[in-house]
Design a protein around this ligand. Structure first.
Ligand code: CP3
Length: 345
């Protein structure tokens, strides 16, 4: 049986059409999501497998994308071990008592299958529903540095001043934090694959806040260990971060099958920077806010830069913005399927 186009593109193989999905495709831009979701923490919605399954499938039905991404969040494994994290609507993850001293390491116990039974329950349901169309489910986690930034800062930050302070003032404690987060991340990813996820994306969303030296010293080693920890599973892996143009070459050594390219970097240039392997991206999400014609024009530019060589997964260069009109994304999917040429036999 041939593998789906998304999986083949991740492996740099020929495809029937260029595959497309959107980061944050499940969520606030969909009226059917807002209707289901109600108020309250997103973590409550994630804890309900029937609801989380339905939200995962909504964008697949509406857009006809080539992959589903699990409705979950990067802080879910930390909440599952009782670290004390919530996600505040309109703001993001907030930690009541941030990670600050060696004593806080005790709060980072290993993650067990039981802790995330709600997540794997959702994966089971989604995989069963997607079987009929052979649509792959992407599992995901936050990379240790990006997750640590929330645990240490306690809230979303623009400066990353607290976590950079920790790195440089107490590198031993910082390393111990990474050592605790790596096995939690690996187990979270492995559990999703055990239950049927067919690819994994690691979000190192805020790696772009680091200098090259900081990235190499403080973020890259843990990221490598995460990819080593899932390598035997044989599923394609994707590494993505925002504002990472200056460190893409370093990120490409972490061990993922595919490199996510954010929208700041032209896709052809990004592909050169990562050494020519498969890439995912990179339509500017803001170009999807002014109607289908402007979005199509920007999508054509991405397709032009993707060229004809195999190994392009079309995506946005970061997540769908909440105010995006879903019909614009429908138009982008139709265009990519009709006009994408990368690896099309
Ligand atoms: O992509 C998808 O559709 C799958 C679901 C998904 C969510 N979060 C659901 C969500 C994924 C892949 C994530 C990953 C995630 N979460 C990242 C990495 C991706 C990226 O954007 O760089 C990060 C940094 C987080 C942490 C987080 N969670 C933030 C910054 C926010 C936004 C806060 C806000 O409300 O603006 C969240 C909340 C969140 N996670 C929402 C969704 C659909 C929106 C809030 C809600 O519906 O309650």
């Amino acid at each position: 049986m041939t593998e789906p186009n998304f999986i083949r593109a991740c492996r740099g193989e020929a495809v029937d059409h260029v595959p497309v999905w959107f980061m944050r495709q499940a969520g606030r831009s969909l009226p059917e999501y807002r209707a289901l979701r109600g108020s309250g923490s997103i973590l409550d919605a994630i804890a309900n497998p029937d609801l989380a399954c339905e939200i995962t499938l909504q964008p697949v039905r509406r857009y006809g994308v080539d992959a589903a991404i699990l409705f979950s969040d990067i802080v879910v494994p930390l909440e599952a071990i009782g670290f004390g994290v919530d996600v505040v609507p309109g703001r993001g993850p907030v930690v009541a008592s941030p990670f600050r001293t060696v004593k806080d390491l005790d709060r980072l116990r290993p993650l067990t299958a039981n802790d995330i039974a709600h997540v794997t329950g959702t994966v089971d349901r989604v995989v069963a529903e997607l079987a009929a169309t052979d649509t792959p489910l992407i599992g995901f986690a936050g990379a240790p540095f990006t997750v640590a930034s929330y645990l240490v800062e306690g809230a979303p930050t623009r400066t990353f001043g607290v976590i950079k302070g920790l790195m440089h003032s107490d590198p031993v404690l910082f390393d111990a934090l990474m050592d605790a987060l790596v096995p939690i991340t690996v187990e979270f990813l492995r559990a999703q694959v055990r239950h049927g996820a067919r690819a994994l994306q690691l979000f190192d969303s805020w790696a772009g806040a680091l200098t090259r030296d900081e990235y190499q010293r403080f973020a890259l080693p843990a990221t490598k260990r995460v990819f080593e920890g899932v390598a035997d599973l044989g599923v394609p892996t994707i590494l993505f971060g925002v504002g990472t143009g200056e460190i893409l070459d370093l990120m490409a050594t972490a061990g993922s099958s595919v490199m996510g390219i954010d929208w700041h970097v032209d896709l052809d240039d990004g592909r050169r920077r990562v050494g020519g392997g498969p890439v995912q991206g990179n339509l500017d999400p803001a170009r999807c806010l002014s109607g289908p014609d402007i979005a199509r024009e920007a999508a054509r530019e991405v397709l032009r830069r993707a060229g004809t060589a195999p190994g392009h997964i079309f995506n946005l260069g970061h997540g769908v913005l909440p105010e995006t009109d879903p019909t614009v994304l429908e138009a982008v999917v139709a265009l990519v399927h009709a006009e994408g040429r990368a690896g099309v036999r």
